[in-house]
Design a binder for this molecule. Structure first.
Ligand SMILES: [Zn+2]
Length: 107
């Protein structure tokens, strides 16, 4: 091996030791508020489905693929269901009839 070969090998070893870059390492949390009070905090890296009970009815939320959405609701307008999934900081889903607000916040 020449000197250059040794340098190449050394560089390859160093790169193999560096962990892969994670550009989206900041953990995202969504808060679920009912009537202005936080009833639940969601880790968006998880995968789950659950029900939020409000005075006027209930909404079924799904957390998947780093996003949260309302999959089912018994509110009259269904605006929250049509809103689709949210995943970016500051995005919200509101269910006005049930006074439910879901907001993506930082950690
Ligand atoms: Zn709704």
């Amino acid at each position: 091996m020449t000197r250059n070969d040794l340098i190449l090998v050394a560089v390859l070893i160093i790169f193999s030791l560096v962990p892969p870059m994670n550009f989206d390492s900041k953990k995202k949390i969504a808060v679920v508020k009912v009537g202005g009070e936080i009833v639940r905090e969601l880790d968006l890296s998880e995968k789950k489905i659950f029900t939020v009970e409000a005075s006027g009815g209930k909404n079924i939320l799904e957390v998947k693929g780093g996003a949260v959405r309302v999959v089912e609701a018994d509110c009259p307008d269904k605006i929250c269901v049509r809103r689709g999934a949210i995943k970016n900081l500051g995005e919200t889903i509101a269910c006005v009839p049930h006074k439910i607000l879901i907001e993506v916040v930082g950690e």
